[in-house]
Design a binder for this molecule. Structure first.
Ligand SMILES: Cc1cc2nc3c(=O)[nH]c(=O)nc-3n(C[C@H](O)[C@H](O)[C@H](O)COP(=O)(O)OP(=O)(O)OC[C@H]3O[C@@H](n4cnc5c(N)ncnc54)[C@H](O)[C@@H]3O)c2cc1C
Length: 209
């Protein structure tokens, strides 16, 4: 999978929002150590977490399965714009059928699990779908036989409070392996000076390494 951070809110927006409550703007050091400590104290330790909602992150997420997408979509406090299979399945009409062991070729369209039985079944499903599309069935009907492994991509926007919740739930070892990988990569894609806000949520996955 591929994660790109498209945009993020500067830390000073959050620290100034906090300073609004006490009108202590003069104490700001423009997103330096003082402001960072204030965000940690108020947003994390004092549990005045709504102040973290002023920080927003916009990601472009590529090459995840529809299985993962289904789980990601459960996080309601976030916004998703997803590549539409209704409009884009025609890309499959143009390809030759894959050999059942052509994992590398098929990985352009499906997420591989490294379980040969499963991955071969995904390739069969991909070839079936291609044949159905070639026979003239519309995308709206053909999409119902997409395998869960079919790759998707999306723009994902989320605020820091909700991202803490996401990272905490999805970096846990009880989460699906693919969404755990996503959680870790999302954390890595964050600006370094923001990562400290999330370090308590992401620690599980680091401990497992
Ligand atoms: C290990 C694991 C296994 C799972 N297994 C299943 C499963 O088998 N079946 C299944 O259906 N789901 C499953 N889920 C999904 C899970 O139930 C949540 O839907 C998902 O993790 C999103 O969490 P969330 O509601 O906290 O996030 P968000 O929807 O982003 O919500 C963020 C926070 O906002 C608040 N909030 C949002 N909406 C409301 C509301 N309507 N009322 C009150 N407070 C609200 C809550 O505090 C919530 O934590 C699983 C999740 C995990 C991590």
């Amino acid at each position: 999978m591929n994660i790109e951070l498209l945009h993020h809110t500067p830390l000073t927006i959050c620290s100034n929002a906090i300073r609004t409550c006490w009108q202590s703007f003069d104490n700001s050091d423009n997103g330096g150590e003082k402001d960072k400590a204030l965000i940690d104290r108020v947003g994390n330790k004092f549990k005045h977490s709504s102040t973290l909602e002023h920080l927003n992150y916009n990601f472009y997420i590529k090459d995840i399965s529809r299985a993962l997408l289904q789980e990601l979509a459960r996080h309601r406090i976030a916004s998703l714009s997803v590549k539409s299979t209704r409009y884009t399945l025609k890309e499959l009409k143009e390809i030759e059928p894959f050999k059942e062991d052509d994992f590398e070729g098929a990985s352009k369209f499906i997420v591989l699990t490294n379980n040969e039985l499963v991955d071969r079944a995904s390739i069969k499903a991909l070839n079936n779908l291609r044949d159905i599309l070639k026979s003239g069935v519309s995308n709206d009907k053909a999409k119902y036989c997409l395998p869960e492994s079919y790759k998707s991509e999306l723009t994902w926007s989320i605020n820091a409070r909700s991202l803490q919740n996401f990272l905490s739930l999805r970096s846990d070892k009880s989460a699906l392996w693919e969404i755990r990988e996503l959680a870790y990569k999302i954390y890595e894609a964050l600006p370094e000076e923001h990562q400290y806000i999330f370090k308590y949520q992401i620690k599980n996955i680091k401990n497992q390494k």
